[in-house]
Design a binder for this molecule. Structure first.
Ligand SMILES: [Zn+2]
Length: 261
């Protein structure tokens, strides 16, 4: 039984429609129920657009992108439809990743709605808890189940707080943004520049081969006091020509205590 008080608007919508499996989340069908028609075409300067007339809306999606990205775009526009009705929007999926921490609040709200619609906690969290290890191999499996992008799925995994994780995005200029699971204390603040021992460094500057997650001294990632006493698990993956995502698993429960003894 799912407690309705803890459900988001998007999750309530799914349950109202009787949708309980990831494979049943058909965003175009959900849009149709909400009075929104989805069409594909050529857009200039944006990747998704929402135009509304009263209770009817039209979402236009730039054709030619991969299916997972287009699904997220549709769900994002449905977020605008639910939260910001009466306004028109032109959005770019790129901004959702690269400008993650600095984007306007309405864009963050639309992203959150999209994440809740495509990866509702009542479906996502039980599957996330069941994975053996929180590394990109597991994220790739989750992303396949939910038909969502690797980036969106990883962000969801971190936000779900089902594992103590930090997700860090780097470009050659240094750290672009990061996200921590709620259980990870604030003192674990990833350094701006990559340590040359990290997998992330390899991913960004050299070796493109995918290797498995590794254990690494926490001081490679944090300059906080006491970091040298711990190991963490690091996995990194290149998601574009200029960006690497790193997933840090704070496996040692002593690191999760409020203060280092
Ligand atoms: Zn938007």
């Amino acid at each position: 039984m799912i407690a309705s008080s803890s459900l988001t608007k998007a999750e309530c919508k799914l349950l109202d429609l009787g949708i309980t499996e990831p494979s049943d989340i058909d965003v175009e069908a959900i849009a149709w129920v909400e009075g929104v028609r989805v069409q594909y075409g050529d857009l200039i300067g944006c990747e998704a657009r929402l135009v509304g007339y009263g209770d009817q809306g039209i979402v236009t999606i730039q054709k030619g992108f991969d299916e997972r990205r287009m699904r997220f775009s549709i769900a994002h526009e449905l977020g605008h439809w639910n939260y910001h009705r009466g306004r028109s929007f032109s959005c770019r999926a790129d901004d959702w990743v690269e400008g993650y921490s600095t984007k306007p609040i309405v864009e963050q709200e639309a992203d959150e709605y999209a994440a809740n619609l495509l990866m509702p906690a009542f479906m996502f969290n039980p599957l996330a808890r069941a994975i053996k290890r929180p590394t990109f191999d597991s994220v790739i499996d989750l992303a396949a189940q939910f038909n969502t992008s690797l980036t969106a799925t990883t962000i969801r995994l971190v936000e779900s707080n089902t594992w103590p994780l930090i997700l860090v995005s780097h470009t050659a200029q240094g750290r672009a943004w990061f996200k921590r699971s709620k259980d990870v204390p604030d003192r674990w603040f990833p350094q701006k520049d990559l340590d040359s021992d990290s997998i992330a460094f390899d991913r960004l500057f050299g070796n493109q081969e995918r290797i498995r997650a590794q254990k690494i001294g926490a001081e490679a990632w944090f300059d906080s006091r006491g970091a040298e006493r711990f190991d963490i698990v690091e996995d990194a993956i290149r998601i574009s020509s200029s960006q690497v995502l790193t997933l840090l698993w704070i496996e040692d429960i002593e690191m999760l205590e409020d203060k280092i003894r």
